[in-house]
Design a protein. Structure first.
Length: 382
């Protein structure tokens, strides 16, 4: 039995930021992450071919950050996501504006060639991090007590025992561990909590239903990235943006790094179930053919390509997500207000943010609110 005031379930951005805030308050914690790396839905691919899903650079030997391409979320908007922007500044992370200068390409029907039309720029501007969003994960991890963060620990059950909660988890070898805490922060999507963690006694059914009905952002999505030696489309006055009613990619953007390689990325419009019936090799082939239609034959020969299907990630998606509407959900209640679990649990994953549900900024917002609202029995550090 290992006792701590707070157990954090989940090592994505919300879990790491909650740990960061707890350390600032001098509150001991234990963070349990089911994956063998940190970052959750923040994931990057390196041009070297090695996939880095968000673990700290010291642990993964991360390649040149100039060649990192986001496979999960890519953008943030400092003009109205001020809390996230302030954190990024305090961590000394470099940012740059999403490239949008030039015309865009549009595909409307299979029997019509793509057309070129005037592009548009986001307002406020979309921003990206040099090195990808994983640099945010790495910067937070570098400021935390590594001994308090344990990967390969899948939380299976939370049991109320008097004033405490027993958190039962298993490692990859099936070895069980119990951590005892006064409070548990659930840094996971609500639907994942409801579907994969048992509660003893059971949570109120109304609350569980609300969590089950909250769609997980990114869960139905798949993202394709094609890397090139240069962003050649810019020489032709194109922004790299495209929209297509044909697919397989429906929305395409420039994903080039600041001073290194060119890149294009797109979101699949093919439903998750249909994607799963086709191999990644075939899907990539269709993507290359589409990029060639839109940007010329040079686009058919990327120097590297990556495909991340979040619907096939069991630590992101549940069966109910597969046919989701791909919209950001309305935040459900973050904690039980009655029965045995009152003041014992708080949801702090991004979907629990009322202001930015599902966004990176939502992970920061939800974690900050959860830590701020911890009961006095936890904050007392006794």
């Amino acid at each position: 039995m290992q006792d701590v005031p707070v157990v954090i379930v989940g090592g994505g951005l919300s879990g790491l930021y909650a740990a960061f805030l707890l350390e600032q308050k001098g509150i001991a914690y234990r963070l349990l992450e089911a994956r063998d790396r940190l970052g959750g839905r923040i994931a990057v691919a390196n041009f070297s071919g090695a996939l880095n899903n968000g673990q700290a650079a010291a642990d993964t030997g991360m390649a040149n950050k100039d060649d990192a391409f986001d496979l999960g979320p890519s953008w943030f908007w400092p003009d109205y996501q001020t809390q996230l922007s302030t954190l990024i500044e305090s961590l000394n992370l470099s940012r740059f504006t999403q490239f949008e200068a030039g015309d865009m390409m549009v595909e409307r029907a299979t029997d019509q060639p793509p057309i070129r039309m005037q592009g548009y720029k986001s307002a406020p501007s979309s921003m990206r991090l040099v090195g990808g969003m994983a640099t945010l994960i790495e910067a937070l991890y570098a400021r935390l007590d590594a001994k308090s963060i344990i990967t390969n620990q899948t939380v299976q059950q939370l049991s109320r025992v008097g004033e405490y909660i027993d958190v039962q988890s298993e490692d990859a070898a099936g070895q069980a561990t119990i951590s005892r805490a006064r409070h548990v922060l659930l840094a996971l999507p609500p639907r994942l909590v409801a579907g994969r963690i048992a509660f003893e006694p059971a949570l109120p059914q109304e609350l569980m239903t609300q969590w089950q009905q909250t769609a997980t952002w990114m869960a139905p999505h798949a993202k394709y990235v094609a890397v090139y030696e240069t962003p050649f489309w810019r020489d032709n006055g194109l922004s790299g943006a495209a929209r297509s009613a044909i697919g397989p990619l429906t929305e395409i953007h420039d994903a080039s790094t600041v001073d290194s390689h060119g890149a294009l990325f797109g979101f699949f419009g093919v439903p998750a179930q249909a994607r799963q019936s086709v191999s990644n090799i075939v899907l990539k082939q269709h993507c290359r053919e589409q990029l060639a239609r839109l940007f010329g034959t040079q686009a058919s020969s990327p120097v590297a390509e990556y495909l991340k299907d979040w619907a096939q990630d069991p630590l992101t998606a549940m069966p109910a997500d597969i046919n989701g509407n791909e919209q950001h959900a309305v935040a459900p209640p973050a904690k039980p207000k009655t029965d045995a679990w009152q003041d014992q649990l708080t949801g702090c994953g991004s979907e629990w943010s009322a202001q930015f549900p599902g966004y990176i900024a939502g992970a920061i917002d939800a974690a900050a609110i959860a830590v701020q609202s911890l009961p006095a029995t936890v904050l007392s550090k006794e």
